[in-house]
Design a protein around this ligand. Structure first.
Ligand code: ZN
Length: 174
């Protein structure tokens, strides 16, 4: 549950948080991609790299927009997410090596929806029209990310029960 946004008071602060969200999300997706490669799931690795690319692109856009602004240098512990991790980061503890594309996409969906909620809340509560404009723009970006994940999910339906049982167990040869 993300409930920090009432404390974000300036556009500069909003942008700094948005930038952090995107950078964290990119790093996390790359980490997931590496894990999937290690565990021989190139399809999923490629997908995560694609997602990381989206986040990176967005982070770069935000950085361009921040140029010339007086952006506060926010330390990790001063971020106003109200949680330990930035809202868009995928929960790394939830990653299992034999996670199917569907499982991984659920994690991605969860992270993108949290990011959406973060900006949505700011867009809804702020009384500053400038802040509202930015928050709505970021919210729209996250809505697109959610759509992308949902689209991938149509290609990777939920596996049937027993998906994690090895269908071809190693046989001990004498
Ligand atoms: Zn996103």
């Amino acid at each position: 549950m993300t409930k920090p946004s009432k404390d974000i008071e300036t556009v500069a602060e909003l942008l700094a948080h948005a930038y952090r969200i995107e950078v964290d999300a990119e790093e996390r997706y790359l980490m997931l991609a590496d894990q999937m490669e290690t565990h021989n799931n190139p399809e999923l690795a490629l997908m995560f790299r694609k997602f990381a690319g989206h986040e990176k692109h967005h982070a770069e856009e935000i950085r361009e927009q921040m140029e010339g602004m007086n952006i506060p240098d926010i330390k990790p512990w001063d971020h106003k997410w109200g949680a330990d991790e930035s809202p868009e980061a995928v929960d790394i503890n939830a990653i299992r090596y034999n996670m199917t594309p569907w499982h991984a996409l659920q994690k991605a969906l969860d992270a993108e929806r949290k990011a959406f909620d973060f900006f949505d809340r700011i867009a809804c509560v702020t009384t500053d029209p400038e802040m509202k404009k930015w928050a709505e723009e970021f919210r729209a970006e996250e809505a697109e990310h959610v759509e992308l994940v949902l689209k991938e999910l149509t290609k990777h339906p939920e596996p049937k029960e027993g998906w994690n049982h090895d269908p071809d167990p190693a046989v001990h040869q004498e």
